[in-house]
Ligand binder design. Structure first.
Ligand code: NAP
Ligand code: GDD
Length: 325
C-alpha cells in the first residue's frame, strides 16, 4: 500500500485529496494542528478509530513552524508521496499578518523540504504553488510567465516555489510545483469570496440575512472546481519527470459576474443586496488571473470540466441544501 503524507489535510483541498487517495488504495497520513476547538470538520466523514486494523487515514499533530516535529513525522511515516498543502492561505489576512504568513507559507515549506532531505527518504513532493505569484503580470499566465507578487502571501508562495525548484535541482528531489488558479467548492473557507457570495445568496433568499458586504467587484479570476484540481495534483506526482504545471479553466469571470450567477440561481437581483465595504479591499490588488493549462492537458491529460457559472450554481445549491431549502 502506498503511503501519502498531506500537510493541510483539514483544508478544502486536503479533504478532497484524502478522498481521492483513499479511493486509489493509499494509506493517507495527515498533519493537523492542535486547536481548542475541532478543526477536522472537512474530514470527519473519513475518520477511522485508531484501534481499527487496516487504517487508511492516520492523523498526527504537527505544525509548519515546528521543524523537529516535521523531521520525526517524515522519519516515522516514510511517505512515498508528500502533498504540501498547508499554508496561511488568505491573501487579505496576509497584509495584516505578513510575518506569520512568511513563517508558515514561506519558511514552513523549507522546513518540510529540509526534513525530507535530512531523513533521506525516497519520496515525491508536491508544492501547492499559486496563481497569486503572477500578481501584476497580465494574463494569460502559464508556466513561463514571470512572477510579480502583490501580497505577502504571494511573496511567500514565490519563495516556496523557488525552494521546491532548488531541492529538485540541488538535491535531485522529485519536487513538483502545481501552480493552481483559484479553485472553489462547497468546502471552501467562508471568507473567500465565492463561498461568501454563494452563502449570502442562499441566506438572503431564505430570509436569514438581508445584505452582503463586498470589496472590489472588478477583479477577474479563473475559478475552477477544487475536486477536479486535486486529481491534477496526483497526476503531477505520477509523471515520469518532475516539472511544474498550471491548472486552470482558462476563463475570465469578474467578482460581479460571479455574484450575479449566485443571486440569479436563487431568483434575486444581486444589486439590491450587495453593499460595499472598504475593509475587503487589499492595499495592492491582483486585477486579473486567467490561466493557460495547455501543458497539463498535453502531458497529464488533465482538463478542467466545471466552468465558473456551473460552479456558482453548485455552490449556491449546496448552501441552500445546508439551510434545508
Ligand atoms: P485552506 O482551506 O485554507 O487550508 C489550509 C490548510 O493549512 C488547513 O488544513 C490549515 O489547518 C493548514 N495550516 C495552516 N497553517 C498551518 C500551520 N502553521 N501548520 C500546519 N498546518 C497549517 O487552503 P486550500 O484552499 O485547501 O489550499 C491548499 C493549498 O493550496 C494552500 O497552500 C493554498 O495556499 C494553495 N492554493 C490554493 C488555491 C485555491 O484557490 N484554493 C489556489 C492556489 C494555491 P487548519 O484547518 O487548522 O486551519
Ligand atoms: N475574500 C474576499 N472577500 N474577496 C473579495 C471580497 C470579499 O468580501 N470582495 C471582493 N473580493 C475580491 C478580492 O479583492 C479578490 O480580487 C477576489 O475577490 C478573490 O478573493 P479571494 O476569494 O479571497 O481569493 P484570492 O484570489 O485573493 O486568493 C485565493 O486564490 C489564490 C490563487 O490565485 C486563495 O485561495 C489563495 O490561497 C490562492 O493562492
Amino acid at each position: 500500500m502506498k503511503r501519502a503524507l498531506i500537510t493541510g489535510i483539514t483544508g478544502q483541498d486536503g479533504s478532497y485529496l484524502t478522498e481521492l487517495l483513499i479511493s486509489k488504495g493509499y494509506q493517507v497520513h495527515g498533519i493537523i494542528r492542535r486547536s481548542s476547538t475541532f478543526n477536522t470538520g472537512r474530514i470527519d466523514h473519513l475518520y477511522q478509530d485508531p484501534h481499527e486494523t487496516d487504517q487508511r487515514l492516520v492523523l498526527h499533530y504537527g505544525d509548519l513552524t515546528d521543524s523537529s516535529r516535521l523531521v520525526t513525522l517524515i522519519e516515522k511515516i516514510r511517505p512515498d508521496e508528500v502533498y504540501h498543502l498547508a499554508a496561511q492561505s488568505h491573501v487579505r489576512v496576509s497584509f495584516d499578518e505578513p510575518e506569520y504568513t512568511g513563517n508558515t507559507t514561506g519558511v514552513g515549506t523549507t522546513r518540510l523540504l529540509e526534513a525530507i532531505r535530512m531523513v533521506g527518504v525516497d519520496t515525491r513532493y508536491y508544492q501547492a504553488s499559486s496563481s497569486e505569484m503572477f500578481g501584476a503580470t497580465p494574463p494569460p499566465q502559464d508556466e513561463d510567465t514571470p512572477f510579480y507578487p502583490r501580497s505577502p502571501y504571494g511573496a511567500a508562495k514565490v519563495y516556496g516555489y523557488w525552494m521546491a525548484r532548488n531541492y529538485r535541482e540541488a538535491h535531485g528531489l522529485f519536487a513538483v510545483n502545481g501552480i493552481l488558479f483559484n479553485h472553489e467548492s462547497p468546502r471552501r473557507g467562508e471568507t473567500f469570496v465565492t463561498r461568501k457570495i454563494a452563502r449570502a445568496a442562499a441566506r438572503i433568499a431564505a430570509g436569514v440575512e438581508e445584505n452582503v458586504y463586498l470589496g472590489n467587484l472588478d477583479a477577474v479570476r479563473d475559478w475552477g472546481y477544487a475536486e477536479e484540481y486535486v486529481e491534477g495534483m496526483w497526476r503531477m506526482l505520477q509523471a515520469d519527470q518532475a516539472t511544474d504545471y498550471v491548472l486552470a479553466t482558462g476563463t475570465a469571470t469578474t467578482v460581479r459576474e460571479f455574484t450575479q450567477y449566485c443571486f440569479d440561481r436563487v431568483g434575486l437581483d444581486w444589486e439590491k443586496h450587495v453593499r460595499f465595504d472598504e475593509t475587503y479591499l487589499r492595499p495592492t490588488e491582483v486585477d486579473a488571473l486567467i490561466g493557460d493549462a495547455s501543458k497539463a492537458q498535453t502531458e497529464l491529460g488533465w482538463k478542467a470540466q466545471t466552468m465558473p457559472e456551473q460552479l456558482a450554481h453548485l455552490m449556491t445549491d449546496a448552501e441552500r441544501h445546508s439551510l434545508g431549502i
